[in-house]
Design a protein around this ligand. Structure first.
Ligand SMILES: *Cc1c(COP(=O)(O)O)cnc(C)c1O
Length: 438
């Protein structure tokens, strides 16, 4: 498999380089040079494939012999260990639950797959890699659990002291082994600045092979295409000949881009709905053809508070930067917090189903689209990106109920927090890092 940089089509790298480097030097993003169509035989027999087998077929086609088949099998078997069930709300609305992994958000798919892929590459050249990651909440938990006990990889997570939820903090700080947490007396931006400075520091680069696990790494996108096929398969078993529309609650647009990959591979998806909160630069682009990034505004669906979505460049490349082509496949919708809370209440009342604020934004878009098109033969699948208990305070307040914590979260609450509390000071961070003799 070869990948090119979106800033320079002549800059071509291997999958291994794209995974370990994350970003090309020219500040573009890595994109697959070739996205293969899966065979008609595969689609014909899709209902007989397990979720893992679906992932295996996609990787086999995409990797093109970069990785031996038995190793691909091994990667998938270790990364995809939980289901992605489709729940039908009514004749037209369904929810694709992506929160059955250890950190209870869809980011588990990407983080776990990336960890297994790195661990495979490490097997052959036995270098140790140190991953530095700054988090404002959700990413850190998925990366911590995804890389836990991964051979040859140490993970150091920086998070702003007092600015992540107690549950999120437990997800970052209680694992130990190859996962360390640094609690920084500062903001998320300060954490990110410390990570950036570390990547530029000569002494640190001599001692460590530094890498990043941020969400624009191509290894995080690949497994996110699996569950579009998986949910389509489940829908085929439910009803034949339906038009499938996916509503994707979006921030950095990784999830939606993975859906576009699935469509390119031949999955007959009728439409994508780009659903956002008031940080609506992509829906605005879909409506007007003008892309104008701006600072983000805080909302209750805070994992989507993104003012300059990093995967937008990838979306443009998939449509050769042609607005018309993109709008054939993607509709854009944006909603306020008030509308989001109303949707959570309505869905709970009507279907007895609890949506988290992110999923509620997706449901709003699905419902608007259904009202606009009034097509009888379509199924609108809303991606539910996180378990409602991850956003406990807001969900309990809006729905006026007490949530039962899933086992993964309940167990965490009794575990002991271990973190290094550091000032927002690069020299202090660097000295601490140099004592981490790994
Ligand atoms: C990260 C995240 C999103 C946004 O996903 P993108 O791929 O960045 O668009 C949505 N919902 C939840 C719960 C998330 O954690």
């Amino acid at each position: 498999m070869q990948l090119y940089s979106t800033n320079n089509p002549n800059h071509i790298v291997s999958l291994k380089e794209a995974v370990f480097k994350s970003l090309p030097q020219d500040n573009g993003l890595y994109m697959p040079l070739f996205i293969p169509q899966l065979s008609s035989d595969f689609f014909k027999h899709l209902p007989q494939y397990s979720f893992q087998a679906v992932g295996f077929e996609i990787c086999k086609a995409l990797f093109q012999e970069t990785i031996p088949e038995h190793e691909i099998y091994n990667i998938i078997e270790k990364a995809i260990t939980f289901p992605a069930p489709v729940i039908h709300l009514d004749e037209h609305h369904a929810v694709l639950e992506l929160f059955h992994g250890p950190s209870l958000a869809f980011k588990d798919f990407g983080a776990r797959f990336m960890a297994q892929l790195m661990s495979y590459f490490n097997k052959t050249d036995r270098t140790n890699t140190t991953i530095l990651v700054a988090t404002s909440g959700d990413t850190g938990g998925a990366v911590a659990s995804g890389f836990y006990q991964t051979q040859g990889v140490d993970v150091i997570i920086l998070y702003p002291s007092g600015k992540v939820s107690p549950l999120q903090e437990k997800q970052l700080t209680t694992l130990g082994y190859n996962i360390s947490a640094v609690e920084v007396e500062g903001t998320f931006d300060d954490c990110q600045a410390l990570v950036k400075q570390a990547f530029l520091d000569k002494e640190l680069n001599q001692k460590f092979n530094l890498s990043s696990a941020n969400s624009i790494n191509i290894a995080r996108l690949i497994p996110q295409s699996f569950y579009y096929f998986e949910s389509y398969k489940q829908l085929m078993q439910y009803k034949k000949d339906i038009k499938v529309v996916f509503s994707v609650p979006s921030g950095n647009f990784g999830n939606l881009t993975a859906g576009l990959f699935a469509k390119k591979m031949g999955l007959p998806i009728a439409k994508f709905l780009a659903a956002t909160n008031i940080n609506d630069v992509v829906p605005t682009y879909i409506h007007t053809g003008v892309f104008s990034p701006r600072p983000s505004t805080r909302t209750i669906s805070n994992a989507m508070d993104v003012g300059n979505p990093s995967n937008f460049t990838r979306m443009l490349h998939l449509y050769s930067s042609t607005w018309n082509n993109m709008t054939n496949d993607i509709n854009g919708y944006a909603y306020s917090d008030k509308e989001t809370e109303e949707a959570m209440k309505n869905v709970y009342r009507k279907y007895n189903y609890i949506l988290d604020p992110h999923g509620a934004v997706g449901f709003l878009a699905a419902n608007t689209h259904l009202q606009e098109t009034k097509e009888a033969n379509q199924c609108l699948v809303t991606l539910e990106t996180a378990h409602p208990a991850k956003f406990l305070e807001d969900v309990e307040r809006v729905l006026e109920l007490d949530l039962i914590l899933p086992q993964q979260l309940a167990e965490l609450m009794n575990k002991e927090k271990k973190s290094a509390l550091l000032n927002n000071d690069f020299m202090e961070f660097k000295s601490w890092l140099l004592t981490q003799n790994k």
